[in-house]
Design a protein around this ligand. Structure first.
Ligand code: THU
Length: 157
């Protein structure tokens, strides 16, 4: 018997430490929180994905009275990105959230498990790591890959 340890490397940075490209992605994710349809939870999430064709595709959470029928921001953005540009590979995703108090979260927003699993599939398609930027009010967490957000992910391969 032996113990195995899985570690998740995270870079914590302030916004002004980001490249202009990453800052633009974070700003787009933040802007997208305003397009969220969240009358039930009043928790507004925005996601922006930069593709290797230079396009940025963004989305927000969309809720529904028939509760499980809604969708998180990350999957709204990811599914649309691949539907719109099926040949393009994901490069980086940024996620931002505004809580019920109307303010951006104090701590970086973390995607739910289902979104991590969905994003992982696009990382596999990309055949390279897809960086993940989790945004808070005054700082971000940068993860090197989707895989690093979902240890022991399901895979048939
Ligand atoms: N939500 C997201 O958009 N992304 C996540 O990763 C977790 C949760 C949404 C779903 C729901 O509309 C609201 O945030 C609160 O759960």
């Amino acid at each position: 018997m032996k113990e195995l340890t899985i570690t998740t490397p995270i870079i914590e940075a302030t916004l002004d430490e980001l490249s202009a490209e990453d800052r633009a992605l974070v700003e787009e994710a933040r802007r997208q929180t305003a397009t969220s349809y969240a009358p039930y939870r009043r928790f507004h999430v925005g996601a922006a994905i930069r593709l290797d064709n230079g396009e940025i595709v963004a989305g927000s959470n969309q809720e529904n009275a028939a509760f499980p029928s809604g969708l998180c921001a990350e999957r709204t953005a990811a599914f649309y990105a691949h539907a719109r540009y099926p040949e393009a590979k994901f490069e980086t995703i940024a996620i931002a959230a505004v809580g019920t108090d109307g303010l951006e979260l104090r701590d970086p927003i973390a995607p739910c498990g289902a979104c991590r699993q969905s994003l992982l599939e696009y990382e596999t398609l990309a055949t390279h790591d897809v960086r993940v930027i989790l945004t808070a009010r005054d700082r971000v967490f940068i993860l090197p890959s989707v895989r690093s957000t979902l240890p022991l992910a399901f895979s048939e391969f």
